[in-house]
Design a protein around this ligand. Structure first.
Ligand code: ADP
Length: 641
């Protein structure tokens, strides 16, 4: 109580609100630097205007009262100010909400309609001073409201708060849970306070205390410095992740392109080398010492070339798996046939190092399984090659067991054991990573890229299996791969045995003396290789270096088979083929055209076949594959023994 004037209880709410608003305001002085948070700036404006509004409102009820002898015009002006500041606070609150939820369009709407409302309100409040139709004091000092008081004073703030809340609801989905809750509570509490005040004809003064509660909620939930720091960190993490994904994709594309580019010249190197081996074979009786030396060099080139090819294939495999392009091709196969093939190959390598190769297969495992034979074979070979590589004495063991047998399926358990150098326990988590090689210093003599196990792991994961390793440093390792396979109902037809390491001359099993071939390739060396391979079959081979020349040739000569490179300057292989089909002068429209390219990504075969090519051969040319394709697409009467 001041003199004879009792302070109304509603003012004590405002005094309390003023107290904690002031504390918040002073607290936030300590951490003004919030980087890019534009909503924080508005939040500071909101705090300031609320403090001002509370100050004026408290003064209106404690100091500017006629009972205390304050002149009536001062009382009226303070009441008017009190109302204007409340309206401005609601406006800043709505703009803050919109800024937070990111609706610039919304801000425009609020500013057009809101400005009309606001200036009308201001004009009416000024007119009220002489005309006394909104609020005024009687000459006796009694405070009065006119019937227009509620519509004039409350329409604008309720409009601001409702549009703000509508925008918030509209954008709720884009907000995190903490933001959803705090923004909703703060805005509903503020709106609720204003509505109560309007409904009670300004008797219950809740708009400012409730607005202060809203600000309190906002401050401690989404406007603290540590929360902003967290948001900033999350944003930088998100950007960093985006960059990492982009960089990884660029790396994969680069690797895929590079390996493709390397395969093309390698094709020429290996093909020419094969020709040197053929020539030396033919002339070995003339000068055995000289041809023997050349043969040795050529075989060294062959070995190194094969290693390079396998590295490139590994990189291609890895990029294929990474980009999700590796397709599994499950088909029935013979498990025992596969183990025999793998065994023949590994035994030779093991024996060359003086190691014993032992193989044990659980006889109860059905032979006729369904799975991607090529990939499983690749997994076994990778693990066994490593075992041989990292073992200097003792033995290598391949155990094939089964787990989880049902009528239709089982889990193939492939155990590869060695008595080699083993892996230190602390290194085990890294061995399945890309390009991870351990103890590079100690193992520098052992060839490798650190890709083998990474590919194995990814392929097994792709087949819904798992791989594990158990190793004792210095004593040896056991790799255990579990791969689910289905059991086929029908027995598997065994494939004819695959003879390894045969030379071109041994591989030519038939001849085509009357055939005419056309080879289209922009690379001279590749042309030479293809020409010599086809020359081995007999017949005549024409060659051209571009799509344009190919179209000319196809008008002049009739061929039995055409081999077409894909990537060529000018018309590429596909365009040349398509143009040849449209060309009425082409006399080879019925001739099978084979795509012969270094593009070896999985799925490209289907793509070329769908374009109308009769078949597809990847470079470096595999002579057996060439034999298969030629035999498949030539009429029988053109093939002789
Ligand atoms: P690399 O081409 O180097 O052999 P891998 O991915 O096949 O690449 O293997 C990764 C690393 O794991 C190897 O560099 C080697 O240090 C270790 N490692 C793999 N297999 C064995 C094994 N059987 N014995 C010991 N260490 C092995």
């Amino acid at each position: 109580m001041i003199a004879n004037y009792p302070i109304p209880p509603k003012t004590f709410f405002e005094i309390a609100s003023f107290g904690y608003m002031l504390i918040l305001y002073l607290l936030s002085f300590r951490d003004k630097n919030r980087g890019s948070f534009s909503s924080y700036k508005l939040f500071r404006h909101l705090e300031t205007i609320m403090l001002l509004a509370l100050t004026v409102s408290i003064m209106t009820y404690t100091f500017a009262v006629p009972e205390l002898g304050t002149p009536l015009y001062i009382c009226t002006i303070l009441r008017t100010f009190d109302s204007i500041l409340c309206v401005m606070a609601s406006r800043i609150f709505a703009v803050y909400l919109m800024e937070y939820v990111g609706t610039e369009g919304g801000q425009k709407t609020i500013s057009i309609i809101g400005n009309i409302l606001f200036f009308t309100y201001l004009a009416l409040m000024i007119l009220n001073l002489p005309l006394k139709f909104v609020l005024w004091y009687t000459p006796e000092g009694v405070y009065m409201h006119g019937p227009l008081f509620v519509p004039i004073v409350f329409t604008t703030p309720i409009y601001y708060l409702t549009t703000g809340i509508l925008m918030l609801i509209f954008r709720l989905k884009t907000l995190g849970p903490r933001e959803k809750v705090s923004l909703s509570i703060a805005s509903f509490v503020t709106l609720f306070g204003t509505i109560i005040q309007a409904a009670t004809n300004g008797v219950v003064l809740l708009s400012l205390p409730f607005g202060a509660v809203g600000i309190f909620v906002l401050y401690f939930s989404i406007e603290t410095a540590d929360y902003h720091q967290l948001l900033q960190n999350n944003e930088s993490l998100r950007l960093a992740e985006q960059d990492a994904v982009k960089a990884n994709r660029a790396k994969s594309d680069f690797l895929a392109n590079m390996s493709h580019e390397i395969r093309t010249p390698l094709n020429a190197v290996l093909g020419m080398d094969e020709l040197i081996l053929m020539e030396t074979e033919k002339r070995k009786d003339i000068d055995p010492a000289f041809t023997g030396r050349i043969k040795e060099y050529a075989e060294n080139i062959q070995d190194a070339g094969q290693v390079l090819l396998s590295v490139i294939n590994d990189i291609l495999d890895l990029t294929k798996i990474e980009s999700g392009k590796m397709e599994l091709k499950p088909a029935p196969y013979s498990l025992h046939g596969m183990i025999n093939d793998v065994g023949t190959m590994i035994r030779v390598k093991a024996e060359q190092k003086g190691l014993l190769y032992v193989e044990k297969t659980d006889p109860a495992i059905p032979d006729n399984l369904i799975g991607d034979e090529l990939r499983i074979r690749q997994i076994m070979i990778n693990l066994l090659n490593n075992a041989v590589k990292y073992t200097d004495s003792g033995k290598i063991e391949l155990d094939i067991e089964m787990r989880d047998r049902t009528e239709k399926s089982l889990s193939l358990c492939i155990l590869v054991k060695d008595s080699g150098i083993g892996i230190k326990e602390e290194n085990i988590p890294y061995i399945f990573g890309d390009f991870q090689r351990l103890e590079e210093g100690a193992n520098h003599r052992i060839e490798g890229t650190g890709l083998g196990l990474s590919i194995v792991k990814r392929m097994i994961t792709r087949m819904n299996g798992s791989i594990d390793v158990n190793s004792k440093y210095g004593l040896g390792s056991v790799f255990t791969a579990l791969i689910p396979q289905e059991i086929s109902d029908e027995p598997v037809v065994k494939k004819p045995e695959n003879k390894k390491n045969r030379r071109l001359s041994d591989l030519i099993t038939y001849h085509t003396p009357d055939c005419r071939y056309l080879v289209v390739d922009d690379n001279n060396l590749n042309i030479l290789v293809a020409k010599r391979f086809l020359g081995g079959l007999g017949g005549k081979t024409d060659t051209v270096l571009s799509g344009e020349e190919a179209l000319q040739k196809m008008r002049q000569e009739k061929y039995d088979l055409i081999f077409m490179d894909h990537m060529m300057p000018g018309l590429d292989g596909i365009e040349t083929y398509e143009k040849s089909l449209e060309d009425p002068a082409n006399i080879n429209s019925a001739t099978p055209v084979i795509m012969m390219t270094a593009n070896a990504l999985s799925g490209v075969r289907e793509e070329y076949l769908s374009k109308g090519f009769a078949d597809y051969i990847s470079k470096p040319i595999d002579i057996k594959e060439l034999m298969r394709v030629v035999a498949l697409h030539l009429p029988e009467d053109k093939i002789s023994a």
